[in-house]
Design a protein around this ligand. Structure first.
Ligand code: 5CA
Ligand code: ZN
Length: 409
């Protein structure tokens, strides 16, 4: 599919330090040395409801990854998927009587508009599950040839026992895995499975549901984890730098994906690091389409909220933190945006060279956006209090906010 238009990234003097980021699998910081090309895969939306603040927060975190890498003069290959066929999408279409393809297309189009408004740099490859079926089918066939997949009433499952390293991404115990599997799209209680945790690779065609030709698998539709694996292997290959998404994807999604890929290729690792954004809550619960407790980017935009203020509201929280969206969070961001804009609209000011270095250092240190915002606040306060003689300073500050934080002043 096509992504969305790229906003320009202003040039900055010099370059930033290498990114150090928290890896879920080792529960520690890793310094990624991606060479001249850095590769990032981010798990994208299931398009049955518009972009909410939780999605926006997660995609903002990985937008910062791309910006930090660009600032180290690297090329970035960023891949993001769209799960445009899956159970929740079909359930929503049935519930509202809408055609599932129309629903997916409409919500994907709205997502592109939201991402553009929020100044997210687009992925180089924005890939749907449906268009990936020709790559998913051979992957499932191969897993079956390897003895790592089996059939239950026509549905095809992955056998987690085929992978000696299963469990190494999340580090969760059996009980936790079983609980999360039941909560997040698995079917641990289905009779006939070898291991309750085994996830579906290919769902045999069911009456009234869309299905595709699956070659030796028969007609059906793809499972969720193999979708992201097939797309990542096609556009990035094994050993890419970052597999990203929200922390709700640690298990089963990213655990299963790593297992599928290792088994398929007999190579490791799938990703060099697994990076997870915290969950954004609203009214006391995780913001989610299935619960319906949503604050939508598009609704705020329609109400006239400046997207740069939404972005600042998201950046005010460390990406790994779980936090709650409130009206106050947005109001504080609107005030901050006003202070920053006033500061850069003067003809001169205090030197911004130190500010640029501080923003770079903060972001390279596990994407510490709140520290970057605090550095800008200090520069803006100094501008307000004492001003300065450097005629280049407001421009440097404004370009740094745009290039590194995606905030256009
Ligand atoms: N299509 C799959 C990934 S392959 C999916 O999880 N779709 S989603 O629409 O539910 O979520 C899209 C992205 O937003 C995922 O990376 C997910 O982890 C993240 N996300 C979902 N809800 C929240 C939330 N409340 N806070 C933070 N991130 C969230
Ligand atoms: Zn995914």
């Amino acid at each position: 599919m096509h992504a969305w238009p790229a906003s320009e990234v202003p040039a900055l003097p010099g370059e930033g330090p290498d990114l150090r980021i928290h890896d879920t699998a080792t529960d520690g910081r890793v310094t990624l040395n991606p060479g001249s090309v850095a590769r990032l895969y981010v798990c994208g939306i299931t398009p049955y409801d518009a972009t909410h603040m939780g999605h926006a927060a997660t995609f903002t975190a990985f937008d910062l990854v791309q910006r930090v890498w660009l600032d180290t003069q690297r090329q970035v290959v960023y891949v993001q998927n769209v799960t445009d066929i899956d159970d929740p999408l079909l359930q929503r279409a049935v519930a509202t009587g809408e055609d599932w393809t129309a629903l997916a297309e409409r919500e994907t189009a709205l997502f592109r508009e939201d991402m553009t408004a929020l100044r997210m740099l687009p992925p180089r490859h924005f890939i749907g599950a449906v268009e990936s079926i020709p790559r998913i089918v051979p992957a499932v066939e191969r897993l079956r040839e390897l003895g790592a997949a089996y059939e239950v009433d026509g549905d095809i499952y992955f056998s987690v026992e085929a992978d000696a390293h299963f469990g190494e991404v999340s580090g969760y115990d059996q009980e936790m895995m079983r609980l999360l599997s039941a909560e997040r799209g698995g079917d641990p209680d289905r009779p006939g499975k070898k291991n309750p945790l085994d996830p579906m690779l290919w769902t045999a065609a069911r009456a009234g549901e869309p299905s595709w030709d699956g070659g030796s698998l028969g007609r059906g539709r793809p499972g969720w984890h193999i979708e992201c694996v097939a797309i990542a292997l096609e556009y990035l290959g094994m050993g890419f730098e970052i597999q990203g998404g929200g922390s709700d994807l640690v298990f089963p999604h990213h655990e299963m994906g790593a297992s599928h890929a290792r088994t398929l290729t007999d190579e490791a690792p799938f990703a060099q690091s697994y990076v997870h954004a915290g969950m954004v809550a609203y009214q006391g619960e995780k913001m989610s389409k299935s619960k319906g407790n949503l604050v939508l980017v598009s609704a705020l935009r329609r109400a006239g909220t400046d997207p740069a203020a939404i972005r600042l509201a998201l950046l005010a929280h460390h990406y790994r933190a779980d936090w709650e969206w409130t009206d106050d969070v947005l109001e504080e961001a609107v005030r901050r945006l006003g202070r920053w804009r006033a500061a850069v609209s003067r003809p001169d000011g205090p030197s911004a060279d130190g500010l640029l270095a501080e923003i770079r250092a903060a972001l390279a240190d596990d994407l510490d956006a709140p520290a970057a915002l605090a550095a800008f606040d200090r520069w803006a306060a100094l501008q307000q209090r004492a001003g300065g003689q450097d005629p280049g300073a407001p421009g440097v500050a404004s370009r740094a906010a745009d290039a590194l934080l995606g905030v256009a002043l």
